[in-house]
Design a protein around this ligand. Structure first.
Ligand code: AHR
Length: 502
């Protein structure tokens, strides 16, 4: 059995837990909207056509924010198509996903759904095929109470109160050659700056996100952020990061260490932003909106033949996650929390059916994928402050990241609770972890493990399905002992350990 030690020291506080870390993403893509959040005629549906089972699972997931309506989709989207009487809404080609968009669901329905789910909507504007005027129009429609053409149109469409959307993405992945309206960093930076300036004239208090890189392996990574921020530094609050990971060439150990790339991604973007700030003589700090992250078997999509047809809501990117995916996913979540000083928001991409923690059958059941559980547990138990922990533990070699620690962890702490989130990346061995919980919270005193759960399975590739939805769920870990405090973490496992004063 592997051995490791870990000390939780409140002196290593990073920042408060940011509730927006627990955001997700709803894009008009595949079955995310249609037969995902919305399906008239479904047995659990409400009067607006929203699936009750998906709403309940979204609440259970603990989601705080949802980015909408894309993604690649937004770069060809006309928001006006999705408002007003449904019978007058046009059907359009969705070039990004080679589908037909019916526009049955649009902005007003999405905001109503967000409110029902208890979420903050986060909006993206189209800077692919559109520009400043359309972004300002959308903002007027959403946030001006009344008395102008577009705010009165919103009221006429049934939304009496302004949507009051605070966080706005200035386009999506504009560094990517696959993006409709793809631009150079300078072209995008100028457009983002002009759009931000005009949007702030409407509503100075908005939080604006400039597009950063679509991945740390993009050829423009680093230079893109520097150029975009040179143009936008005083006008935006956040720079985005997007990252997706998958197991490649059967290298499970390397995949379980993929958070190493996310760590590198965040620290490089933060240093680049600070360097631009220093050059501009600014004391302002730009934070990161990690507004797309997940495990995604993108190589399968790249290998598939291009579509010739234009279906409505076809099943696209419907990855079925296994235990090892959920453990890699948990490690990504740990990384986002560890960087809470600079990562102000994050969006798990996406919420339902499309690379998602929630799956549905059209007309039928909904269930929790393996990745649902680390997200839901972190959203529920991460409270108070993030405390950085650095386990003393064995390492293992990976082709992509060199030597990596077998354990990856973070703690959160408030007056009542200390919670440790920890993954064991070993593919072969359990690990006995000895804990030094230091002076717990404000009061100090002896400490015990009040509750511990582990997400694991004898089969690292076990999945949840509609017929067996609870194959991989967190189960109590009763291996813990006192004097000294210790607990056994199985190989390939995600663990939540709650400590309290004895
Ligand atoms: O989340 C799926 C897609 O991944 C998004 O549309 C795009 O922004 C990213 O490339």
């Amino acid at each position: 059995m592997l051995q490791a030690q870990l000390t939780i020291d409140p002196a290593h506080r990073v920042a408060p837990v940011r509730r927006r870390t627990f955001g997700t993403f709803v894009e008009h893509l595949g079955r995310c909207v249609y037969t995902g959040i919305y399906e008239p005629g479904h047995p659990t549906v409400d009067e607006e056509g929203f699936r009750g089972d998906v709403l309940a699972l979204t609440r259970e997931l603990g989601v705080t924010t949802v980015r909408y309506p894309g993604g690649n989709f937004v770069s060809g989207y006309r928001w006006e198509d999705g408002v007003g009487p449904r019978e007058r809404r046009p059907r359009r080609l969705d070039l990004a996903w080679h589908s037909t968009e019916t526009n049955e669901i649009g902005l007003d329905e999405f905001v109503r759904w967000s409110r029902l789910a208890g979420l903050e909507p986060m909006m993206a504007v189209n800077l692919g095929t559109r520009g400043v005027q359309e972004a300002v129009d959308l903002l007027e429609y959403c946030n001006i109470p009344s008395g102008t053409a577009l705010s009165d149109l919103r009221i006429a469409n049934g939304a009496k109160e302004p949507h009051d959307i605070r966080m706005w993405c200035l386009g999506n992945e504009m560094d990517g050659p696959w993006q409709i309206g793809h631009k150079t960093a300078r072209e995008y930076g100028r457009l983002a700056a002009e759009t931000a300036r005009a949007m702030r004239m409407v509503d100075p208090g908005l939080e604006l996100v400039a597009c950063g890189s679509s991945g740390s392996s993009m050829p423009t990574f680093g230079a893109w952020e520097a150029t975009v921020l040179e143009e936008t530094y005083d006008l935006v609050d956040h720079i985005s990061c997007h990252a997706y990971y998958e197991e490649k060439d059967g290298d499970l150990g390397g995949f379980l260490a993929c958070a190493t790339d996310m760590e590198h991604f965040i620290s490089t973007v933060v240093s680049t932003a600070d360097q631009v700030g220093a050059r501009l003589g600014s004391r302002k700090k730009i934070s990161v909106s990690f507004d797309e992250w997940n495990v995604w078997y993108m190589s399968r999509v790249q290998a598939a033949a291009p579509r010739q047809d234009w279906p409505v809501a076809p099943p696209l990117l419907e990855d079925h996650y296994h235990l090892a995916d959920a453990v890699a996913f948990g490690s990504l979540l740990i990384t986002l929390l560890r960087h809470s000083d600079r990562v102000a928001a994050a969006c798990l991409a996406q919420l339902v059916n499309v690379i998602a923690p929630i799956m549905t059958e059209p007309g039928g059941r909904a269930w929790r994928q393996t990745t649902f559980h680390p997200f839901a547990q972190a959203a529920r138990h991460a409270k108070g402050d993030v405390v950085r922990v650095e386990p003393v533990c064995p390492t293992y070699g990976t082709a992509e990241f060199g030597e990596v620690p077998v354990l990856h962890a973070v703690a959160t702490q408030d007056d009542a609770d200390t919670t440790l989130f920890v993954v064991n990346r070993s593919t072969a061995e359990p690990l006995e972890l000895e804990l030094d919980a230091g002076p717990l919270g404000a009061g100090g005193g002896a400490v015990r493990i009040a509750e511990a759960t582990t997400l694991t399975d004898e089969d690292m590739y076990a999945r949840n399905t509609a017929d067996d939805p609870d194959r991989v769920v967190p189960r109590p870990n009763t291996s813990h002992r006192s004097d000294p405090l210790r607990i056994v973490l199985p190989p390939v496992s995600w663990n939540v350990i709650r400590l309290s004063r004895a």
